[in-house]
Design a protein around this ligand. Structure first.
Ligand code: ADP
Ligand code: MG
Length: 581
């Protein structure tokens, strides 16, 4: 075949293949157009999951009658004049492709009336063919109706999923845009029934409630982070609220919903050691960064962007999330704990300080505070999903594992990992209360470090103090350790100090709270009882009780499991008792 320039309608269909993948893509493009037009009321109506009908009505600036024809032509846009503008795009659209694409694979009608135009005008497009413009009485704004999507591209139709799935995509899209644009009054009508309605009063938490329900919305923590020209804000779930996949991590960059593996990874990294392996948070994050720092022209459906300073975006996102997380992190248990390694005077229960069981969850006012000011106290008693049932200790195996019985079977617990978790949560709780009990050493320990490490340590002395270490300079490159956190008494202070210095080296300009968590995890690893260490029955029982009190008892701070659970059900099946009766 000779080379030919493709006829326009075929070229449009090919382009449409990239832009319009499914009904939700149509909704996305139309909603973006409405937002670009400055609408503050947007109504989306769908029938049969958008396969039969999608209609988006807005009260935005409208399209002049004489431009209607252009609006549905390819590469026709009012949002971009010069090539340079591509690098400082302030609108959601800029490719001038959406209406043309949609019109080439459906029966579409664009009705519009700009301010100052006496009546509206309408233009119908069917399979890419334009009708003539007609008059149309209507209020100021635009309404685009799309019927029988892909009626002329049967191959595409076959790729569509069930109505339930396609509808879920549309609902997910609209709720996320509603959250990103809380000043707009959104309405989604599914098969003549209202599915989402927002007030447009600018309150994001209100939109969050319509998205996840009031209970979850109440628990979500506010993120508010600013550094140089970066503003990162939004909502993240506390560590007790997770999902088994990362689909609930939503990222908006400059008002644009994008999929970005690196930002998602930064979010997950921020939760590192705080969530069980295989669990993911619910996150809606808005990154506002300079337009010049983002290339939005890398994906036909504008669903991906490229960052000029990818590393900066990554670290700042991670910090923003981590900061919020630690500032609000619940305090699992404030009962005085038995000191590990010291000899317990008795095996009895420790006493609850007054009010120790009260629960006080932050209100919206608290959420508006900066994370450093905000505090949340969530004491034991209310069990988040991951908490352990009460366990009955059976004993120790191989000087490494504890064996216990629960209401639902047998538990094998790795004593080292479990103790790491216990220490970690206790230390983090004390740090967030800004009161880490320090225990003076009977004999202060002198430590001499290589010069580069000594300098690192010197810079971090104030932070060490916060962590419960009292360290004083003592001659060049030497330090005297006078006290260490009471929780780790019995450990080797020299080893603990070395752990700290190692961590400084790895990351020289870390954020306070993020490095605190990491260092704390390291200290706990070093200070926890080891495998192979014989524990007295009292010590075993204390460890088990402390683990029961943990927020995330099932993993160590590094994410490895603390326990293996053999359920009664599994035991029954393994022994062939199931169905034998
Ligand atoms: P783009 O959004 O990339 O410019 P579109 O094909 O989505 O391309 O739209 C083409 C043009 O039609 C827009 O640039 C805009 O001028 C006009 N337009 C489309 N939808 C609307 C709307 N809802 N309100 C006002 N103008 C609109
Ligand atoms: Mg557009």
């Amino acid at each position: 075949m000779p080379i030919r320039i493709l006829p326009d309608h075929i070229a449009s269909q090919i382009a449409a293949g990239e832009v319009i993948e499914r009904p939700a893509s149509v909704v996305k493009e139309l909603v973006e157009n409405a937002l670009d037009a400055g609408a503050d009321e947007i109504t989306i109506e769908i029938r049969s999951a958008g396969k039969r009908l999608i209609a988006v009505t807005d009260n935005g600036s409208g399209i002049p009658r004489e431009e209607l024809g252009l609006s549905v032509s390819r590469h026709a846009t009012s949002k971009l004049a010069r090539a340079e503008d591509l690098f400082r795009i302030q609108t959601l659209g800029f490719r001038g492709e959406a209406l043309a694409s949609i019109g080439s694979v459906s029966r579409m009608a664009v009705e519009s009336r700009p301010e100052g135009q006496e009546t509206g005008a309408a233009l119908r497009v069917e399979g890419g063919k334009l009708d003539k413009v007609t008059d149309q009485g209507m209020p100021v704004g635009t309404r685009v109706t799309v019927q029988d999507l892909f009626y002329n591209v049967p191959a595409r139709l076959k790729f569509l999923k069930t109505d339930t799935t396609e509808r879920r995509h549309i609902e997910a899209l609209v709720t996320r845009y509603a959250l990103a644009y809380p000043d707009v009054r959104w309405q989604l009508i599914v098969d003549d029934k209202p599915s989402l309605e927002t007030s447009g009063n600018g309150d994001r938490r209100e939109v969050l409630s319509s998205m996840y329900g009031v209970e979850i919305a109440k628990q979500m923590l506010a993120v508010e982070f600013e550094e140089e020209s970066y503003h990162i804000h939004g909502f993240i779930s506390p560590i007790s609220l997770t999902r088994s996949n990362r689909r609930e991590i939503t990222v908006f960059v400059n008002g644009r919903w994008v999929k970005d593996a690196s930002v998602t990874a930064a979010v997950i990294k921020a939760y590192h050691t705080l969530l069980m392996v295989g669990r993911y948070p619910l996150v809606v994050l808005f990154l506002e960064i300079p337009a010049e720092a983002v290339d939005v022209n890398v994906h036909p459906a504008k669903a991906e962007v490229r960052f000029r300073e990818g590393d900066l975006v990554f670290t700042r996102t991670q910090r923003a999330v981590r900061w919020a997380l630690l500032a609000y992190s619940p305090v699992p248990d404030l009962r005085p704990k038995q000191l590990w390694g010291s000899h317990p005077s008795s095996g009895g229960e420790s006493v609850d300080p007054a009010g120790g069981m009260s629960a006080e969850i932050q209100t919206d006012q608290d959420a508006a505070q900066t994370p450093a000011q905000a505090r949340i106290h969530l004491h034991t008693g209310t069990a988040p999903g991951d908490q352990l049932p009460l366990l009955r200790l059976i004993g120790q195996v191989a000087a490494t594992y504890l064996v216990a019985e629960g209401p639902d079977g047998l538990y094998l617990i790795d004593q080292h990992a479990a103790h790491e978790r216990v220490l970690f949560e206790q230390l983090m709780a004390q740090q967030s209360q800004k009161e880490v009990p320090a225990q003076s050493l009977l004999e202060p320990v002198n430590v001499t470090l290589p010069p580069n490490k000594a300098r690192l340590l010197e810079e971090q002395l104030p932070m060490l103090d916060k962590l419960g270490f009292q360290v004083e300079p003592f001659g060049p490159n030497s330090y005297t350790v006078r006290a260490i956190p009471a929780l780790i008494v019995g450990g080797d202070p020299q080893a603990a100090l070395n752990v700290l210095v190692e961590d400084f080296e790895e990351d020289e300009t870390p954020l306070g709270s993020a490095i605190e968590a990491r260092i704390t995890a390291r200290i706990c690893k070093r200070m926890a009882v080891k495998g192979g260490q014989i524990l007295s029955p009292e010590e075993q029982a204390a460890l088990l009780r402390d683990l029961e009190g943990c927020e995330s008892p099932r993993t160590c701070p590094h994410g490895r499991p603390t326990m293996i659970h053999l359920s009664a059900d599994l035991l029954e099946r393994q022994f062939g008792r199931r169905g034998a009766r």
